[in-house]
Write a protein that binds this ligand. Sequence first.
Ligand code: ACO
Length: 433
Amino acid sequence: MSKTARLEVNGQTLEMPTIVGTEQECGIDISSLRSTTGCITLDDGYGNTGSCQSAVTFIDGEKGILRYRGIPIEELAESSTFVETAYLLIYGHLPTLPELQRFSKMLTQYENLHEDMKYHFEGFPTNAHPMAILSAMINASSCYYSDVMERPTRENFDIHAARLLSQVRTIAAFSYRKSRGLPIIYPKPKYRYTANFLHMLFSDVYQDYEPPPEVVRALALIFILHADHEQNCSTSTVRMVASSQANLFASAAAGVCALWGPLHGGANQRVIEMLADIHKSGDDGSRFIAAAKEKNSGKRLMGFGHRVYKNYDPRARILKKASDELFESLKLDDPQLAIAKKLEEAALSDSYFIERKLYPNVDFYSGIIMRALNIPTEMFTVIFAIGRMPGWIAHYKEMLDDPKARIYRPRQIYVGQTINHYVPIDKRTGKAG
Ligand code: ACO
């Protein structure tokens, strides 16, 4: 059903078509707004702005629904592998066996970094945050493949997509080894995607780390659940950079930087730090909840709240169950899991959180699982970045395939000084204005 929106502004009535998505979400096409009325829209934080039409991921935040290419996240979490999910996101359909075999073969073929890249790692201080190394090294990768620097094409896309997806975990593992002063461990073709990453992280030079299957499965699940989340901050950044026709590696490196912040992917590290602080202080969580509700305390309940989900994040639900299963099968006990559950229970029955529709998000339980897998806290957001790579690549491809793709260039409402004139230095008063 096509609807028309009407807007009266500056004495004019503008009729604007609406665009209805396959899940009945409605957008008002304002593309003629400025040329007709001279006005633009202003939408702080883009809470009401659709930046594109996309066929990759669907979220219904009110109902707590997440689907990749139409497939519910619960089904993928239950039955898929990370590599298969990555293929689904990037190419739009579940792969046939030959397609999956070809894709997996490419991931193995391109898993090694260019040998000269090893020297870059030596330039970073040992205490460098691995997210800084990850973004720098992904960006640096483009220097080694001359065709990636040219205008991206569909022909070279498949190779570079496989290279990036495969090498992101090699870079991530190398940066961790570097931060611990440990020798680099090269990938081994005999291991599958997630096991290979764990091998590069934790093997010794003289002995391979053989992770228990539940460890591999738990990490693969984290990768799958993070693989895409439509137009979030980092994916929008990737699309923003890609819109200038920057190469895939440069666009993904920008995505890593956007992901790093504590309001986005960096929250998983902050959740564990918060839980550790609560534990250390002897608080059962109630003092922290009280502080998180207090605006001037500078505290927030990390891992709670989401711009889109106004219901339980389906990924958090899956991870909560997975953490229970993992702890049981590895016979682990972590006081932080108990604190997290207590915080959740308290928050979900507190009017502050209920009224604002603040529920646990994906970061609330992912850190507890990663801690159980012995992944160091500073690597948590890196793990998120590895998981999110298929999504970034899928969105990059979506733009590459769109003949009508334009450079992203928002406008602004200027609120600065009106015309002002240059003053020679000896006549300046130092006052603004
Ligand atoms: N703890 C306490 N209060 C919160 C929290 C929280 N975690 N999240 C939001 N609020 C409050 C805000 O103070 C605000 O209250 P007010 O209406 O009285 O002013 C209200 O809820 C709305 O919050 P906003 O910040 O306006 O919501 P927004 O959509 O801009 O932010 C965000 C969403 C950034 C995720 C926020 O909920 C937050 O900071 N959460 C903690 C950090 C976090 O977990 N980030 C990970 C997000 S998921 C991801 O990126 C993978």
